[in-house]
Design a protein around this ligand. Sequence first.
Ligand code: AMP
Length: 403
Amino acid sequence: MKILIINAGSSSLKYQLLDMDNEKLIAKGNCEKIGLSDPFISYKHDGKEEVFAGAKNHEEAIKKVLDILVDKKGGMLKNFDEIDAIGHRVVMGGWIFKESTLIDDKVIDEIDRLSEMAPLHNPAHVLCMRACKKVMPKIPQVAIFDTAFHTTMPEKAFMYAIKYEDYEKYHIRRYGAHGTSHRYVVQTLAKVLGKDVNKVNAITCHIGNGSSITAIKNGQSVDTSMGLTPLQGVVMGTRSGDIDPTVVQFLCSHKNKTVDEVLTYLNKECGLLGVSGVSSDHRETSKEAENGNKRAKLALDLLAYSVKKYIGAYMAVLNGAEAIVFTGGIGENSFEAREQILEDMEALGIVIDKDKNKNFKRGQIELISAENSKVKVYVIPTDEELMMARDTKEIVKNLKKSK
Ligand code: AMP
């Protein structure tokens, strides 16, 4: 079964073609700068990378990706009919979508209706779903929601203590994000522990450019650090994370900015970038810190400290976790970040083995806690696309092929 996975943003469209008979990646790429000047499409397969002319809108991008995939020279498919299903990543499923869902017109309208909560993403997802429907009307499509995994949170975790009527009327609450990644790593953790996922209690730390920490009880998300939007939570590449809302008012009045402008500032100019003044990239900031840049060091300290606090809070929420998992670009690759986050947590039963943490082959699952650590600490590379493809396969496998 061949599945095309699509992850559409406002001006980009990442794609992966997977063979789900053996869970192998066939090809992948990105349509970048859609609708902007100099758009292009990258295409990687068999260890090679090619670049093609880009697209002026999402529909054209889909058509071009399909042309590339069936091209006689470098294409990996004979024709479109080889694609059995398409899986779309959807950033915001709100309170409506609790699991991955087969797409029809009603589902697309609902995703569109949720655009207010994810104005940069949901409109692009909708455009892409409609474009796929037009170009490949008979191929089933599935929506996989970043928020779905967190819909198991209890009210006390997802509610903000605002007026109840406003919560009811406007659906203002915590939704979280990165759900597909947290779900993938906890399922992988369960396999590693040799347990049923429904019996796993863990804290999963997805730390990349955007980051979120999740408390998982009996395989289900019971709390997560991101909120109504991905601005809340730990310190990130360009996002401030948790902040007193009064800061917004201060910045508006002192910098003569609108609320929208300050929210853009908190999303795009803060975090590692804002504090260090150097870069949103963890590697770059680390290099600067090593060279003696104090603000770069401070930015890294803030990030690590904010993650440590969430881990502490979730240890309390879970009454102790059996494992902590690191994933995401920083979580998987920066031994310094992991060490800094988990230092001085022996009182909570968390002890890292510094050698193991530093010296293992990247890209593999690794146990990095010391033998005397009550809580096991793992690095587990995430694979959101594989998780999406598994969901898509599960949902479409019983559909009658109408191609
Ligand atoms: P992501 O958003 O998950 O792709 O993660 C991006 C972040 O991971 C950036 O801040 C990168 O600097 C960081 N990152 C990626 N590779 C490494 C590495 N080898 N060492 C440290 N940080 C890394």
